[in-house]
Design a protein around this ligand. Structure first.
Ligand SMILES: [Ca+2]
Length: 416
C-alpha cells in the first residue's frame, strides 16, 4: 500500500512534469506566433551568389531572386549583371544592370509575394537609373514592374498588372529615381490583357491603384504562379540599358527592402579591415573590425611546416601555421627562439649541451642546459676533459649559463 502510494506520487510528479513541458511548448509556440506577427523591418542584401539558378532552387528558397527570360520562360542569370554605381544608388554601392536589344524581355524577378492581397500592401516601390547612353532614342524607357494577378480569388491565369514609370511621371535621365507604385492610391497601372476583366476597358487604359482595389476587392498576387518582375524590354520597341536597385515591399506586418549589390572580394590582409575598411565587405559582411581581422586569419594561405623566423609570428602570422597550433604570438616566437634540429642519441660532449643544444635531445630529454651538462659529466666524460669543452670561465660555468638563460628570458619579451 505504502509502495503504491509512493508510485502514485511518482506518477503525479511525472504527469506534472509532462504538463510543465506541454505548457512550456505551448508558451514557446505562443511566443513564436507573437514574434511572427510582430512587425518585421528588414533589409536584405542580394548578391550575385544569392540568385536562384533554377526553378528547383526557387522552390527550395522561395524568397530568392533571379534573372528571368520572358521570351522563353527560363531562369538565366547571364541576362543581367551586378555592378557598382552608376553614381550613388539608393542602397549600398551598386545595383543590377540589364541591357536588351530589339524586343528582348528580361526581368529581375521573384516568386516570394505569393497570394499577397493588394489591399494589404502599404509600400511597393523600386528605383531605376536610366542612362542617356543606351536609351536608344526614347527618354521614356525604364524598367517596369509587373506581376501575375488574380483578380477574383480563383488563382487562374489572368495575365499581369503592369506599372510603367512613364505613365506615372517623367523618366529622368542619368539619375536614380524612386518609383512609388502605390502613390497614395493614385499610381497608374495597366492590365496586360486585351481588356480589364468585369469593367471591360482596354488593358492599355490605366487604372489607379485605388480603382483596382475598388473594382476587384479580392485582387492579389497569384498564389500558385506568383511571378513578379522588374522588366527591361518591351513595350519599348528597341533596346536600352537599365539599372535597378532597392525594391521595397511593405504590409502591416513586414517592411522589406532588397538591396542589390555586386559581391566585394573578401579581405586578404588585416590592413583592409583598418579604420572603417571592414564596413565595405559584403561577402561576407562583418559586424566590426575584429570580425574582419579574424576572417583574414581564418582564410589566410595556410603555411605547412614550422616558423623559422620570429617575423613570421608577427601581425597574426602565428595563425597561419597548420602543423603547429600556437595560442598566440608569444608561443610562436618562443618556438622559433627555442627550436633546434632534433638530434638522435644523447649528448656525448658538454659542447653539445651548449647554446640550444640541450633542447635537441629526446632520449633522454633535458629540462635545462644544466641538466644536460650534468648528464654528460656524470655518465660520459672524463672529469679531466671538462674544462676544454666547458668554456673559458672555469669557475663561473654555472653562472655563465644562468646568465645566458636570463638573456633568453629577455629575448622572450622582444615582440610583446
Ligand atoms: Ca544596391
Amino acid at each position: 500500500m505504502k509502495k503504491s502510494k509512493k508510485n502514485t506520487k511518482k506518477h503525479r510528479f511525472v504527469i506534472n512534469r509532462y504538463i510543465a513541458i506541454v505548457a512550456f511548448f505551448a508558451f514557446s509556440i505562443a511566443l513564436a506566433l507573437t514574434t511572427r506577427v510582430a512587425f518585421a523591418n528588414s533589409k536584405t542584401v542580394v548578391l550575385p551568389g544569392d540568385m536562384a539558378t533554377s526553378f528547383a532552387e526557387v522552390v527550395e528558397n522561395p524568397t530568392s531572386w533571379f534573372f528571368y527570360n520572358d521570351e522563353n520562360d527560363t531562369i538565366d542569370n547571364a541576362l543581367g549583371t551586378f555592378i557598382n554605381g552608376p553614381a550613388t544608388p539608393p542602397e549600398g554601392k551598386g545595383g543590377v544592370q540589364i541591357s536588351v536589344s530589339g524586343t528582348q524581355r528580361r526581368n529581375l524577378a521573384t516568386y516570394q509575394f505569393s497570394g499577397k492581397k493588394l489591399a494589404d500592401i502599404t509600400t511597393l516601390a523600386f528605383s531605376t537609373y536610366n542612362p542617356t547612353v543606351g536609351n536608344n532614342g526614347s527618354v521614356n524607357r525604364s524598367a517596369y514592374l509587373n506581376f501575375n494577378v488574380d483578380f477574383d480569388g480563383s488563382d487562374s491565369w489572368q495575365r499581369r498588372l503592369v506599372f510603367v514609370p512613364s505613365d506615372n511621371g517623367s523618366v529622368v535621365q542619368d539619375s536614380w529615381q524612386r518609383w512609388d507604385a502605390i502613390g497614395g492610391g493614385n499610381a497608374l497601372w495597366r492590365h496586360s490583357g486585351a481588356t480589364w476583366p468585369v469593367t471591360g476597358e482596354p488593358g492599355s487604359t490605366t487604372k489607379t491603384w485605388n480603382q483596382i482595389l475598388t473594382d476587384y476587392p479580392n485582387v492579389r498576387v497569384r498564389v500558385t504562379d506568383s511571378w513578379l518582375g522588374l522588366r527591361v524590354g518591351e513595350p519599348y520597341a528597341s533596346g536600352y540599358t537599365e539599372n535597378i536597385d532597392k525594391f521595397e515591399f511593405s504590409t502591416a506586418t513586414d517592411s522589406l527592402v532588397f538591396d542589390f549589390e555586386p559581391s566585394i572580394a573578401p579581405p586578404t590582409s588585416k590592413a583592409e579591415c583598418k579604420k572603417k575598411g571592414w564596413k565595405i565587405f559584403n561577402n561576407p559582411s562583418f559586424e566590426n573590425r575584429k570580425e574582419c581581422v579574424q576572417y583574414v586569419w581564418d582564410h589566410i594561405e595556410p603555411i605547412s611546416g614550422r616558423p623559422t623566423a620570429k617575423d613570421q609570428c608577427k601581425k597574426g602570422g602565428w595563425r597561419a601555421f597548420i602543423d603547429y597550433s600556437f595560442e598566440n604570438q608569444k608561443e610562436c616566437t618562443q618556438f622559433v627562439k627555442n627550436y633546434v634540429e632534433p638530434r638522435d642519441g644523447h649528448p656525448t660532449t658538454k659542447a653539445e649541451c651548449k647554446e640550444k643544444g640541450w633542447r635537441a635531445y629526446s632520449d633522454p630529454s633535458f629540462e635545462s642546459k644544466k641538466k644536460c651538462l650534468k648528464f654528460v659529466k656524470n655518465n660520459l666524460e672524463h672529469h679531466n676533459d671538462d674544462e676544454d669543452d666547458y668554456g673559458e670561465h672555469h669557475d663561473d660555468d654555472h653562472k655563465d649559463y644562468e646568465k645566458h638563460e636570463d638573456e633568453d628570458e629577455h629575448e622572450d619579451d622582444d615582440d610583446e
